[in-house]
Design a protein. Structure first.
Lengths: 475, 144
């Protein structure tokens, strides 16, 4: 008798539950949103007083549009009447508001994009992305009631992700020595942003199905006891993919993010710190070897170790960021009071995508930076809490993985800006300029919202694992 | 002009203070939420939802709260009585140790299955896993 006794899906579990929609007030969310609105308006007044030298609003229309969208998202959720999390929306609303203030303050011609004949500057393009992101998060939080479309097709999602990765390897255009951007017709974007969500969807499925077997200690490697060899394979594959990203895309940040999320989820699923330490050691080892072989990576490491070796050349960006933090000091120069440009160019190259934290450090000081990092911590805490009270292991792992994407990504780029880690080109979630990043992170928040509802469809019965992965002993 | 600069600095500090006010309010809410979760009785860390039971004992659709040690079998002295011709008198035992559930098959004649795989000895089971004894299928869930 083996796994052949497949389990027919019972009628009760598959019954389509048509929800009765009844509005449900969300006062906590409302109160927090009011606080967010006041904060953003005060920030805007401060910006206007500094930049324009008068009391008033800097960009009243954009501000009204953004706050209107936040409250529209709130009203939509009230009308939908689901018992989803009430803290996530205000938190990302505040992060987005800070992002908008930052983008309004940077030179507007950094980005010029023409949509339907009108040319939009940096802040306006960012506003469009923020509105789209809010829409995505809200719609997902309202509409998604079942996770079976993620759970059932985990290998399909994995295949899709690998296809996307290969497509970027082959067809991606090279910007600044990194092969990140994929252009398909009129649409261009960074697939790695979407890939990180797919990665978590796959890992949650894989780990929740094979958790029991990963805990088993079967292989011995010196003093270490490892899971049976077949179950180590995905770990090695993950490691290989991360290194491949480093080699082909020259993208240390994404590799670190993927591998970090993978190790964190592995730890959550198995509770074994040894696996994590081995993985971390493997990654550091791989990175050092890559650093010797690949020029771009080696340069990054050298800049990290001593940016002042070439302060006007290779180390310029990092040195300028450090100066920005130094100018900011404890309380900052005030919004709009930093150095906008030096000799007609941005003081820190790519400040709107790679160094938003340095710009915030200059204008809001260390106090402001810590506040912003605190907001990211809140998002992570919500994700862990949603995971801890989820109905089954798959949802736990999915929620925790999604939250950790945002947390680890924020950590990597914040550490890069502060010269704690080598600088890598990932974005600061919800604050950096960039459509792919904003939309992918909104997708994450939308899924977290959907998962936080206690009244969702019960998890489907687990499927029998495929037989080729069964060790003989288990039969 | 001095007045203007003073007010401007006040506005700048107000902005920072408001960010922290938001954080403080959120963190207070989170703490309250965590305390409430900690107060909830954790004595019954799970339940079994009966998915299918041809003989009607245990009744299909019912959910059974689990103790830290829950014996299952055909004998009436078990905490979960499974009246199935393929079940042994003392069939299996579910135990909650540390943070995980474990299922031990008590050398039953026809075996115990987790997600369709036969269990030998003690096996860890997770929430959402499906147990099968004879023709009775049950799902382990977190207690609501």
């Amino acid at each position: 008798m083996t796994a052949s006794g497949t389990l027919p899906v019972t009628g009760s579990a598959r019954r389509l539950v048509l929800p009765r929609i009844r509005p449900r007030p969300r006062w906590l969310e409302f109160r927090l949103l009011v606080l967010v609105a006041v904060t953003v308006i005060v920030g805007n007044v401060s910006l206007a007083a500094t930049l324009d030298g008068r009391w008033g609003l800097h960009d009243a229309a954009g501000l009204a549009l953004y706050l209107g969208a936040l409250f529209a998202a709130h009203v939509a959720q009230v009308l939908a009447g689901r018992r989803t999390d009430q803290i996530l929306l205000p938190t990302i609303g505040l992060l987005g508001g800070i992002s908008l203030l930052l983008m309004e303050r940077l030179p507007q011609d950094t980005i010029r994009q023409s949509i339907f004949g009108t040319t939009l500057g940096l802040a306006q393009v960012q506003l469009v992305w923020l509105l789209l992101g809010l829409a995505i998060a809200t719609i997902l939080g309202i509409v998604v009631r079942s996770d079976s479309w993620l759970r059932r097709y985990k290998y399909t999602w994995a295949a899709l992700g690998i296809a996307l990765l290969l497509l970027t390897f082959v067809m991606g255009s090279v910007v600044n020595g990194q092969r990140l951007t994929l252009q398909l017709g009129p649409i261009s974007g960074q697939p790695s942003e979407l890939l990180k969500v797919i990665l978590v969807v796959f890992l949650a499925g894989y780990l929740s199905e094979n958790r029991a077997l990963l805990v088993e200690q079967d292989t011995r490697l010196g003093p270490l006891r490892l899971p049976p060899v077949p179950y180590l394979a995905p770990m090695v594959a993950m490691w290989a993919i991360a290194l491949l990203i480093v080699v082909v895309q020259r993208d240390l940040g994404t590799a670190l993010l993927f591998f970090g999320v993978f190790l964190a989820l592995l730890y959550v699923a198995t509770g074994r710190i040894a696996l994590v330490l081995i993985g971390l050691a493997l990654f550091v080892l791989g990175s050092i070897v890559m650093g010797q072989l690949v020029d771009t990576i080696r340069t990054r490491f050298e800049i990290w170790l001593d940016p002042f070796a070439d302060p006007l050349g290779a180390g310029y960006q990092v040195v300028q960021a450090l100066h920005a933090f130094a100018r900011g000091g404890l309380l900052g120069m005030g919004l709009g009071n930093g150095l906008p440009e030096v000799a007609g160019r941005l003081p820190i190259p790519e400040v709107h995508t790679d160094f938003p934290l340095a710009a915030l450090g200059e204008e809001l000081g260390i106090i402001g930076v810590i506040g912003v990092l605190g907001l990211f911590l809140v998002v992570v805490e919500r994700g862990l809490r949603i995971g801890a009270s989820a109905a089954d292991d798959y949802r736990s792992l999915l929620a925790i993985g999604l939250a950790l994407i945002i947390g680890i990504q924020a950590f990597i780029i914040a550490a890069g800006n502060l010269k704690v880690l080598p600088l890598t080109g990932v974005t600061l979630p919800f604050i950096s300029y960039g459509g792919s990043s904003l939309l992918a992170n909104s997708l994450v928040v939308g899924l977290l919202l959907a998962l936080s509802d206690k009244g969702v469809e019960p998890p489907p019965p687990p499927r029998v694992g495929s037989r080729w992965r069964l060790p003989r002993r288990a039969r | 002009m001095d007045g203007y600069v003073l007010v401007l600095w006040a506005v700048r500090l107000l902005f920072l203070a408001l960010i922290y006010l938001f954080l403080a309010r959120v963190i207070l809410t989170l703490l309250r939420d965590l305390r409430a979760a900690a107060r909830e009785p954790a004595s019954r860390p799970g339940r079994l939802v009966v998915l299918a039971s041809p003989t009607g004992e245990p009744p299909p659709g019912h959910s059974i709260a689990l103790d830290v040690v829950t014996p299952l079998g055909r004998d009436v002295n078990n905490a979960v009585v499974i009246d199935d011709p393929f079940a042994s008198a003392e069939h299996a035992v579910l135990t909650f140790r540390g943070r995980t559930w474990f299922l031990e098959d008590l050398e039953s004649t026809n075996g115990t299955y987790v997600n369709g795989r036969r269990v030998s000895g003690v096996a860890p089971v997770g929430y959402g896993d499906e147990l099968q004894i004879g023709e009775v299928r049950m799902r382990l869930e977190r207690s609501a």
